[in-house]
Design a protein around this ligand. Sequence first.
Ligand code: PLP
Length: 370
Amino acid sequence: MDPLAMVPQVVLMGPGPSLVHPATLRAMAAPTLGHLDPRFLAIMDETVARLREVFETANRLTLPVSGTGTAGMETALANVVEPGDRVVVVVAGYFGQRMVEMARRLGAEVDVVEVAWGHAADVEAVAAALRRGRAPKALAVVHAETSTGVLQPLREIAAQAHEVGALVVVDAVTSLGGVPVEVDATGLDVCYSGSQKCLSCPPGLAPVTVSPRALETMERRRHDVYSWYLDLRLVARYWGQERFYHHTAPVNMVYALRQALELIREEGLVARFERHRQVARALWAGLEAMGLRLAVGEPGLRIPSLTTVWVPEGVEDAPIRQTLLHEHGIEIGGGLGPWKGRVWRIGTMGESARLRYVIQLLAALGASLR
Ligand code: PLP
């Protein structure tokens, strides 16, 4: 028996992956071309052009790294940070902490701005950390912290970093394509994402974009990037016009990303952001009407694509998620770190951000909690 014949259609409302449009799945099933075939090179160029649109940037160095969101994070940090550099990291949850671990492994002197889980960073505290000690090479922050459901004040934080000449490295894994990121207008120097969240493509690619300022810094590096595979100067020689062989691109994943970006283009970014906001508002109202409490009290701080809700007193987290999955065919996520067992994480990302799925989930959750 082919195990894939048994795979059910699950409504993916966890922290990613999100639902994938059938057109994107069909694109993946197109015949595999050689990674240097001129027809594939044209598809690569289109993918990059569309990535610039979704990042809202004119950055020449924009490409999808072969790997998941974590590869994007490692690429961003490894290409900017050198041993001995001072790096300020805003840690407002699980993924901010991952950035700290990576920056430490790169030999950076890491300064952490701790933010209580469920809260937004205090811009004054970030400004103070940036001005403490040696001039920082970079400031790193997660825009939409998937572990807490809080959207961080990116524009204000980026402005502070630029005042001290630090490069701004931003994780837009849970925001890109669902929430405005506006790389150029916000002043982001290195920004990365993952294909499987608001872009609604299967997991496997990590779009990355680099500002001319960050590129200049990279060109002046004293040390080679520790990772040969993630060295953007080498990868860019394949994605740019030189077409220098670096590694074999995951051809069918690129087809999928191009198609997912095409769907975003057809919908339009403004309409897409509005859809995410409307669907999130419906979800929040429905959860509150059921007597559940949202973990992020202030609506203005909540990520439209990822909602955290407290597991009610006396209810066990995992059995409810199992019931949702096995009896109702809906996936939601559990908590991470200190919020493990305490929150559910509900994703309304990309194709999963539809009112019909919210209604389905609310009904199933109500039945499971009864
Ligand atoms: N950053 C954030 C904010 C995330 O939510 C995730 C994954 O959930 C990652 C990074 C890591 O991405 P991946 O699991 O695709 O490697």
